[in-house]
Design a protein. Structure first.
Length: 386
């Protein structure tokens, strides 16, 4: 273990693509992987804009860079979006971004898309980022198993990326770090070819960051290299400023199983009584009033205020926006998802789901397998919120 951060990166076109649309940057305490989307030269341009916008942070102090990384990624989004609108040769381009800033004992992760950040500690690997893909969403909702997701033909369809809209929601996470931790940033060209366990084994068998990146990319190519492949490996130093003892760290998850059983049973009963009380007093209606979802009305995709369920006597849903998108024009798996209702946190969120997840997937007879693009913008017609 060294007394400074050691890092290396490699990006490779893979075995089947002609262009490498991935971009990678490692410099000082700033590390970024971007996987461009959009075919032709668009993806290459989008991922390069992302890297160029974020790269200057490497000249700042670690705490300045950590404080500014989110803004830098937001600026990259606007730059890609504006270029995509203004230059017809790159219309619809976008990119994933997984950016990591090491600030003493805290890692600052800003992420959108399906590139990944992993933490390798004490011989174990943990994915730090969440995939913003349709299949990952379906796995979270219990509609697909992780094994089905790995083979799903639409597994590269993203629900969020840079450049598809003027506003983007980023995942922004602080990760407590321990001396000697290793962080891997990579594009899906690696994770679609190798399992987490295989990636961990390759990293744990080797010491030098460059040797690790080379081995990962060689293995992904040996499996077929169907996409561009990028890996950046960061190894933290033997001591970190402000680091608590490694044994005290745990990442994510709280354990509430220690609550006394009688207290939990009492809470369960109180919960059941409360649900009845709510239903009786119309509380369910209040709940419905503050809930939103995307569903189907008269064969068309629509935004609803309410709950995606029907009960006798109580009206729990009402259409607030129609989209003009026939549900029958969506891929089959998405039709079922829409008919069951996709919950949203607000009217805006519901419209965002329509724009980013439904509209880009409308199947026309000319193109049965469309890439998600920014050019497909639905016309959402709204009625005033009641
Ligand atoms: Mg890729």
């Amino acid at each position: 273990m060294s007394d400074t951060i050691r890092a290396a990166a490699r990006t490779d076109v893979g075995r089947q693509r002609e262009l490498n649309e991935d971009s990678v940057f490692i410099g000082g305490h700033v590390f970024v992987v971007a996987d461009g989307l959009g075919g032709h030269k668009g993806g290459e341009v989008a991922s390069a804009i992302a890297i160029d916008t974020i790269k200057p942070l490497a000249d700042l102090t670690p705490s300045e860079a950590a404080a500014q990384i989110n803004d830098a990624v937001q600026r990259a989004n606007v730059a890609i979006f504006d270029r995509s609108r203004g230059d017809h040769t790159v219309t619809g381009m976008g990119t994933t971004v997984t950016a990591f800033v090491v600030d003493g004992a805290i890692g600052h992760l800003v992420h959108v898309g399906d590139s990944r950040a992993y933490l390798i500690r004490d011989g174990a690997i943990e994915q730090l980022s969440e995939d913003h893909s349709m299949v990952a969403r379906m796995v979270r909702e219990g509609r697909l198993t992780p094994e089905e997701a790995e083979r799903h033909p639409q597994r590269s369809m993203l629900t969020r990326a840079l450049g598809s809209e003027r506003d983007v929601r980023l995942d922004d996470t602080d990760i407590p770090l321990a001396p000697g931790d290793r962080i891997l940033l990579c594009s899906d060209g690696l994770t679609n070819m190798l399992s987490d366990a295989e990636i961990a084994a390759t990293i744990l068998d080797r010491i030098a960051p460059q040797e690790i990146c080379d081995a990962l990319i060689d293995q992904a190519n040996e499996r077929g290299g169907i996409d561009n492949i990028t890996a950046a490996l960061i190894e933290l130093p033997a001591s970190l400023v402000g680091a608590p003892l490694p044994t005290t760290r745990s990442i994510g998850g709280t354990n509430d199983a220690a609550a006394p059983r009688s207290a939990r049973r009492a809470l369960t009963w109180i919960g059941i009584v409360l649900i009845f009380a709510l239903a009786i007093t119309g509380g369910l209606r209040l709940w419905a009033n503050s809930s939103w979802f995307v569903g189907e009305t008269s064969g068309e995709v629509a935004v609803f205020r309410g709950l995606p369920m029907q009960l006798p006597l109580i009206r729990l849903r009402q259409v607030v926006d129609t989209t003009g998108i026939p549900v029958a024009d969506l891929p089959e798996y998405l039709q079922g998802t829409v008919r069951d209702g996709i919950r949203a946190s607000s009217r805006d969120d519901a419209q965002h789901i329509v724009t980013t997840q439904i509209a880009p997937n409308v199947v026309s007879t000319a193109d049965p397998n469309p890439e998600p693009t920014a050019s497909a913008s639905p016309s959402i017609t709204g009625s005033p919120t009641p």
